[in-house]
Ligand binder design. Structure first.
Ligand code: HEC
Ligand code: HEC
Length: 151
């Protein structure tokens, strides 16, 4: 390292080398003060597993917190598969079966392509439902926040 610096300092003005050397230790100090959910546990360390929360299922539907929010899911989803061959969500929420299942129908917006043209099948940009729709648990927020939904 010393030899490298000596070599480099032949080309780079000495002030820059001094500046670089000064930066190195503070960079390390910053990494130490970043607090992640893992805390200061080393990568190979194993933290006790996160608690398993109960799903919030006492509601028929959740209030939406802002306009155009994807509604939250008020039922279990763990066993509903979504893959290339099948989409369990569509079996209940799709146009064909929603009445029988007494499930809210998938929004019309989900059948439109990027130019606003409505197709017969769900648009592929909306295929992976749980990318936007999620179930809820009664967990304490990990990080405090002051967000208030709109009415
Ligand atoms: C067995 C049928 C069934 C399946 C499968 C199903 N749902 Fe539902 N879903 C319902 C019913 C019925 C409701 C109405 C509320 C209730 O009774 O729980 C509902 C409610 C919802 C709502 C709330 C809509 C609103 O306007 O608030 C969302 C979002 C939703 N489901 C998404 C999903 C997603 C995503 C999947 C797949 C992971 C899925 N559902 C699978 C039957 C189903
Ligand atoms: C890219 C995000 C996104 C994806 C993916 C997505 N949704 Fe939605 N969904 C929304 C948003 C935003 C709304 C509310 C506005 C609207 O209806 O477009 C919504 C609304 C809904 C509603 C309520 C419709 C109503 O009229 O109240 C249901 C039911 C629903 N989605 C089911 C599904 C199912 C089932 C899938 C998967 C096949 C899915 N969504 C995929 C974003 C998404």
């Amino acid at each position: 390292m010393k030899r490298l610096i000596a070599k480099l300092s032949g080309f780079i003005p000495a002030t820059l080398v001094v500046a670089l050397l000064a930066l190195a230790p503070t960079g390390l100090a910053n990494a130490d003060t970043v607090s992640s959910l893992r805390g200061s546990l080393a990568l190979e360390g194993q933290k006790s597993p996160a608690p398993v929360y109960k799903l919030k299922l006492d509601l028929e539907k959740f209030d939406r917190n802002f306009k155009s929010q994807p509604p939250l899911i008020p039922h279990k989803v763990a066993k509903y598969r979504i893959n290339l061959k099948a989409n369990r969500c569509v079996k209940c929420h799709g146009k064909a079966n929603y009445k029988e299942e007494e499930a809210p129908m998938i929004g019309v917006s989900h059948f439109k392509d990027k130019n606003g043209k409505e197709g017969k099948k769900i648009n592929m940009s909306r295929y992976f439902c749980t990318q936007c729709h999620v179930a809820q648990v009664d967990a304490k927020p990990l990080v405090a926040n002051t967000f208030k939904g709109t009415k």
